[in-house]
Design a protein around this ligand. Structure first.
Ligand SMILES: *Cc1c(COP(=O)(O)O)cnc(C)c1O
Length: 383
């Protein structure tokens, strides 16, 4: 691994996470138990949702969300072409068909409700929105569209933990959080996310029927957990559904609780750094900053800039690499992957343009504004 002077992301781990791990080790109970339950309750409270169900990772969570919706083979799930591949892979795992929609604009890279409306067919069963970089998608239009056509709205909320949703149309209930708006959503605690446990995820829903199915499917479809039996609350079990083992364990949950306690403060730090970046890159000719006027409403998961051309972007990537500053691309377009050749995205022109011109820059809570200045200077120097 190159010795990065500034990595793309970095953990905010300290004595709290160490103490959390130690607490579990000392308790001598490792699999789903009181830490997971407490993490779920604290997560549901922060996200203002009825149900939060901890899972092994967000990919498992998306799989369970699709299964809970009782999709049939051939059912279509409209989803962004510009996303991490997990949603598309889990669509296939649920034996459904992905239908790829474009983004609104290179400066608003979330799913375009107008394009979704054009892609709806009688086989459409769900629409997925991904809150890119922690910036909430067009939920008012999507909610209305999905309600009208009686299809489920699923949020890939992996970037958007702790984000109050400000509805420009004022139709959403006041104080609702991103990831608690649609029928069901998934959050990730992968190492680079705003809450990091290594592996880990959360399914969130306000629907009791979906919560019950997700809880069963998470643990083999079994009617009781070994923790319940250990506690004497049950002595046997039945298998009610054909499920999986997608459980989170106590160590990850305990780390998650320590991380969750810091997320609102850390999101604020991320927003401040985003502001410094936007200030520092303002003078670059032809560059654009997605969601530039909405930093206050963002989880600040990613710092992404859009170059005037793919050539300029590639030059910036090479120059920053030379300065030992790590960059990334969120994301290559899914229909352009070999494994998705059978689901062509002919109509995702803006997603492809974004993929060719975007660059993700270092962003993490402990980063300083001076370091942001360094990156901006190195980027300008590379051009
Ligand atoms: C991280 C991420 C995922 C996958 O999360 P895992 O917990 O690693 O399975 C899915 N979608 C998006 C948008 C992500 O950022």
């Amino acid at each position: 691994m190159p010795d990065w002077r500034l990595p793309l992301s970095d953990l905010d781990f300290g004595p709290e996470e160490m103490a959390a791990v130690q607490r579990v080790v000392q308790s001598r109970w490792l699999s789903l138990g009181p830490e997971v339950r407490a993490f779920e309750e604290e997560f549901a409270a922060l996200q203002k949702a009825h149900h939060a169900i901890a899972v092994a990772n967000a990919t498992a969570g998306l799989h369970l969300a699709f299964l809970a919706l009782k999709l049939e083979p051939g059912d279509e799930i409209i989803q962004p072409a510009l996303n991490f591949v997990a949603t598309a892979n889990m669509t296939i795992a649920a034996r459904a068909t992905p239908v790829f929609a474009d983004i609104v604009d290179v400066c608003e890279p979330t799913i375009d409700p107008g394009h979704v409306a054009n892609l709806l067919t009688p086989r459409t069963r769900a629409v997925v929105v991904m809150h890119y970089g922690g910036n909430v998608g067009r939920m008012a239009e999507l909610t209305e569209l999905c309600r009208e056509r009686r299809v489920a709205l699923v949020e890939d909320a992996c970037h958007a933990l702790g984000v109050p949703y400000r509805d420009p149309s004022q139709r959403a209930p006041h104080g609702v959080m991103a990831g608690s708006i649609g029928d069901v959503s998934a959050f990730s605690f992968f190492a680079n996310k705003n809450v990091a446990t290594g592996e880990g995820g959360m399914v969130v829903t306000n629907r009791d029927d979906l919560a019950e199915r997700v809880r069963l499917l998470r643990s083999h479809g079994m009617s009781s957990l070994s923790w319940d039996r250990h506690q004497g609350h049950a002595s046997s079990y039945d298998v009610l559904l054909h499920g999986y083992n997608y459980r989170l364990d106590e160590i990850h949950a305990a780390i998650g609780r320590a991380q969750l306690a810091k997320v609102m403060r850390n999101n604020e730090r991320r927003r401040r750094l985003l502001g410094a970046y936007h200030q520092g890159l303002r003078g670059l000719p032809g560059w654009a900053m997605p969601f530039a006027d909405r930093i206050a409403d963002s989880a600040g998961h990613l710092m992404v800039a859009v170059a005037p051309t793919p050539e300029v972007r590639n030059k910036a990537v090479a120059g920053l690499r030379h300065a030992r500053i790590q960059t990334s691309l969120h994301y290559p377009c899914i229909p352009d992957f070999k494994a998705f050749a059978a689901w062509p995205g002919e109509t995702v022109k803006l997603s492809r343009e974004f993929t060719a011109r975007a660059i993700s820059l270092p962003l993490y809570p402990a980063m300083t504004e001076t370091q942001v200045g360094d990156v901006c200077q190195a980027l300008a120097g590379a051009l």
